[in-house]
Design a protein around this ligand. Structure first.
Ligand code: DLL
Length: 436
């Protein structure tokens, strides 16, 4: 198979040359960072005043971490490292859980981000001949504009549909014979569920690929999306602090997400001891930007959990691969003392054929005990209409979950389309336990 590639010189670069490039870019990044008030203070604390003091990539470990709280405290411009004239755009996080975080971009930064997204699109086998419908929010959310400019650079026909309005999405897909979509996995499942009510069959669509990301999802969910639409779906990872989408993406081999190491250095650490973990162990991803002038970030603690995938990818890219994101260290639920990631529950649910496309995890307190309730939509046509069959299914789901997470939940079965959906990132967990 011929490997589709956007920028062969960088994507197939020898490891030694890549590491030399990383060191050179790290020094530039420290020089840029020293222009921002926040880093002037922070780096002075560890005695770093000159980028030339960094003699190897290992020296990065002597630099302080940057946290989301640091970014919030620096709001609105404590991390700005260029003049306002040089800044071209800013994105803020939604700020639903406190002060928003801000990332400014210079012209070069936007150009670099666009280049990274173009590499991802081509690596996943899309081409300039594709019709691309971007179903993620345009605006402060980085999924919209990020993918938009990358897709235009590749030369695709771009439909900037933004998120929501499912019947219009389907109408656009039919009218323009969309071949590639970008959406959250939960929204694509919802979109599929809406096909029937809109009287559309998948054969009336020309879809062949989906880029899915912005929220944790399991391998089973990917397969479900692939099977339901008869397409290939590729995992896309990013976060607004590191531009947005375009940080790591699957190539056509789907063997993990290639992280663009000329633009980012990733360290994986134990979130408790803050020590680096050996390759293959799951830990918190800590990221450093290597090409961003307007808001350089050093050792940013993402809270996302993953591990490096060992070995080489058949595509030949030298940029290492990350395993599917397991969740966030702050997503972890502690239920009756047992640690559970929502992705573990999703994994079990999506393996059960009768389970539909939407589910909700609810936590309550009964006296002093935690109670886990898993609400899931089911495909009614796959369940023989009597109550026994429903009871059997409920028990089968509860038992499968117990085997995986060691807690037997109460399971509620719901009609398709009855659980709440979101246009963007799905909200899967409702924790009704009183806070201490
Ligand atoms: O979600 C950027 C993005 C847009 C990525 C479109 C992919 C596609 P934020 O809103 O800042 O940025 O949220 C970032 O979402 O730290 C992860 O916790 C989670 N996340 C993003 N992609 C994935 C993924 C965008 N593929 C936060 N798998 C990150 C699991 C993901 N979690």
């Amino acid at each position: 198979m011929k490997v589709p590639v956007w920028n062969p010189a960088v994507e197939f670069i020898e490891r030694e040359a890549l590491e030399a490039l990383q060191l050179a870019n790290l020094r530039k990044t420290v020089a840029w960072a020293l222009k921002a008030p926040f880093y002037q203070r922070k780096l002075a604390e560890v005695g770093l005043t000159h980028p030339g003091d960094l003699t190897s990539l290992r020296d990065l470990r002597d630099l302080p971490y940057t946290t989301k709280d640091d970014l919030r405290a620096a709001y609105p411009d404590g991390l700005l490292a260029v003049t306002l004239e040089q800044a071209l755009r800013l994105h803020t996080s939604s700020g639903t859980t406190g002060m928003p975080t801000v990332v400014y971009h210079s012209r070069q930064d936007l150009d670099c981000w666009t280049e990274l997204v173009a590499r991802c699109i081509i690596a996943a086998g899309a081409t300039a001949s594709d019709v691309f419908q971007n179903m993620t929010g345009y605006g402060m959310f980085t999924g919209g504009l990020g993918l938009h400019y990358g897709a235009e650079r590749v030369g695709m026909l771009v439909i900037p549909a933004s998120c929501g309005n499912t019947s219009r999405q389907l109408q656009l897909m039919r009218s323009f014979q969309t071949t590639v979509v970008h959406a959250t996995p939960s929204y694509l499942l919802h979109l599929h569920a809406a096909l029937a009510s809109e009287g559309i069959t998948r054969d009336q669509l020309a879809l062949r690929k989906a880029f899915i990301g912005a929220e944790p999802h399991s391998e089973q969910t990917r397969r479900k999306i692939e099977d339901l639409f008869g397409i290939d779906a590729y995992n896309s990872y990013g976060l607004s602090e590191m531009n947005g989408p375009g940080v790591a993406f699957e190539c056509v081999h789907k063997t993990g997400l290639h992280l663009w190491e000329d633009a980012y250095i990733l360290e994986i650490i134990d979130p408790d001891t803050l020590r680096p973990l050996p390759e293959g162990q799951t830990g918190e991803m800590v990221m450093t930007t290597l090409q961003r002038r307007a808001t350089p970030l050093l050792r940013y603690r993402t809270r996302d959990l993953s591990h490096w995938v060992s070995g080489n990818c058949p595509c030949g890219r030298t940029h290492r691969r990350l395993a599917r994101i397991k969740g966030r260290s702050d997503d972890m639920l502690i239920i009756g003392g047992v640690n559970v990631f929502p992705s573990q529950i999703e994994d079990v649910l999506m393996k059960i054929p009768e389970v539909g496309t939407n589910y909700l995890i609810q936590l309550e307190k009964r006296g002093s005990l935690d109670r886990l309730i898993v609400k899931t939509e089911i495909y009614a046509k796959l369940v023989a209409g009597d109550l026994h069959a429903l009871d059997d299914l409920r028990e089968r789901i509860a038992e499968s979950l117990r085997a995986a997470i060691l807690i037997k939940p109460a399971v509620e079965l719901h009609e398709p389309g009855s659980l709440p959906v979101s246009d963007g990132k799905a909200k899967r967990v409702v924790d009704l336990r009183p806070a201490f």
